[in-house]
Every structure is written in C-alpha cells, then in structure tokens.
Design a protein around this ligand. Structure first.
Ligand SMILES: [Zn+2]
Length: 267
C-alpha cells in the first residue's frame, strides 16, 4: 500500500505557539481530518512567505507533509483573512473565543464537518458585523447600548449549536427532570441536568431562567444564524443569557474559558 507523504487541506487556525527560534506549532481545524497540530517552519522569519496566510483565525489552503511526530505545513495560501474582525478588539476577542471553544471541546483527529462549517459561518458573520458597526459609527446611527448586542447573540447561537453538534444539546422545550412541557413563566436551569427545569422541580434548580431568556434561547436553538431577527435586548437579559450558557459550558468543560474575562472587560 502506498504511504501518503503529503496532502492538501483547507483549515482554520485555532491556535499557535512559538517553537524554537523561528518555527510555530499551529492548531489546525480542517473539514475532513478534524483538529490537529502541525509545525510551520521558519514562519517567524521576516521573509517567510507563509506568515501572512497563517494568522490566528485565518481560513487558508495548506499543503502539509506527513511528519514522524507532527505534520509540517509546507505551503499556505489565504482563502479568507477576516480583516475586519482583526481590526476591532471586541470582534477579534469574540473570534478568539469561538476558536477557544472549538479547541477545548473537540478531540483531535476526529472530523466534525458541521462544527467546521459553524465556525466558518460565525467568523464570516463576525466580519460582516464589524463592517456594519464601522459604518454605523461613521454615520452616527449607532443606537446607544446596542453596540455589541448582535455579536453577543451570535456567541450564544454558536454555543448552543456547538453543544448540539457534539451531543450536549441544551434541553429547552420540556423540563429536563420531569419532561413536562415548559410554560412561559419563570423556570429554572441546572447545567448538570442538561438544561431548563419547570417550577414543580424548583428544588433542583441551580439558577432561575426568566421567560424572556428561555424564549431567546429557544429561538436561537431552532434558527440558523442568518435568519435570527435583529432583537434589541437589554443588558440584563444579555447578561442572563450569557450566565446561563456559560454555566452549561463550565459544567461540560469543568473549567472557565480564558476568553471569558477578556470579553467581560470589553463588553
Ligand atoms: Zn419538572
């Protein structure tokens, strides 16, 4: 059987760290080989031709040689650079957060085509949002307090879909304990039970879940991002949605994510 010595793949760069004087280890996310680490040699030399194409979050086309331990990136060409995401600290931090989520939740060398597309679409949405925000700022039409509302919803949407695709879909229709249909009242939420709980099961609640928060989470869960309406939610509801999803993510990961504190500072 002929051994494969090299291959081409598209990839999104999830993470990178320096190695030695001029090399980098990249965490790549690819549609057919999933997540894995590869070396980019000489990438930190000023004359490197690959450098510009393999920035964090870049969507690129790579040629990769099979290595003894780690594979080696031999050629890189940019497909999408998400320049507007990079030019704005908030959007960039949101992008890094999505990459961190994917990196933390996915096992190596396991293809996750749906998650790959989800990440790509979310990065595109972030880029579009960054452009719109710049325009609104220039025109002076930006509504007070709504600057980050759309992207905060995008993060929640991504979190719900990511969890669903990897088998942890949040329970938001029926009570996660007694399975009765949830009513439009104040319900509860318990990450360890996988989602929302009805008032009858309030002895099992770890936090309450307002009627509006449940409505928004359900809407996000059943709607592809492009069709999610432009909701104007107040800061309190955004905070509740975030706290609810973070509690669920924290339960599955058994830790906080690094980006959370940055996002909180910038919000
Ligand atoms: Zn119940």
């Amino acid at each position: 059987m002929r051994q494969e010595h090299s291959y081409s793949t598209e990839a999104i760069i999830l993470k990178r760290s320096d190695l030695g004087e001029a090399d980098r280890i990249l965490t790549l996310f690819t549609p057919y080989k999933g997540k894995f680490h590869a070396i980019a040699k000489g990438i930190r030399r000023p004359i490197s031709k690959k450098a510009g194409h393999i920035e964090l979050l870049s969507h690129c086309q790579l040629h990769v040689a099979v290595g003894r331990n780690l594979d080696i990136v031999t050629q890189a060409e940019g497909i999408e650079n998400f320049l507007h995401v990079r030019s704005d600290l908030w959007h960039m931090t949101c992008g890094f957060y999505l990459a961190e989520l994917v990196d933390r939740f996915l096992e190596e060398h396991t293809p996750h085509h749906e998650v790959y597309n989800l990440l790509l679409e979310a990065l595109r949405a972030l880029d579009t949002d960054a452009v719109e925000l710049q325009q609104q700022r220039a025109e002076g039409t930006l509504a007070a307090g709504q600057e980050h509302g759309r992207t905060q919803l995008l993060l929640r949407h991504f979190e719900i879909y990511l969890l669903s695709y990897i088998g942890y879909e949040p329970v938001l229709r029926t009570c996660a304990h007694c399975y009765t249909e949830l009513q439009p009242v104040e319900n509860g939420f318990t990450p360890a039970l996988g989602g929302a709980l009805c008032p009858n099961c309030s002895h099992l609640w770890t936090q309450s879940l307002s009627m509006n928060a449940l409505k928004v989470l359900r809407l996000l869960q059943r709607t592809e991002w492009a069709r999610v309406p432009r909701l104007r939610l107040d800061a309190r509801l955004h905070a509740e949605l975030e706290a609810t999803m973070h509690a669920l993510l924290r339960f599955h990961l058994e830790r906080d994510l690094k980006s959370w504190s940055f996002l909180e500072m910038l919000r």
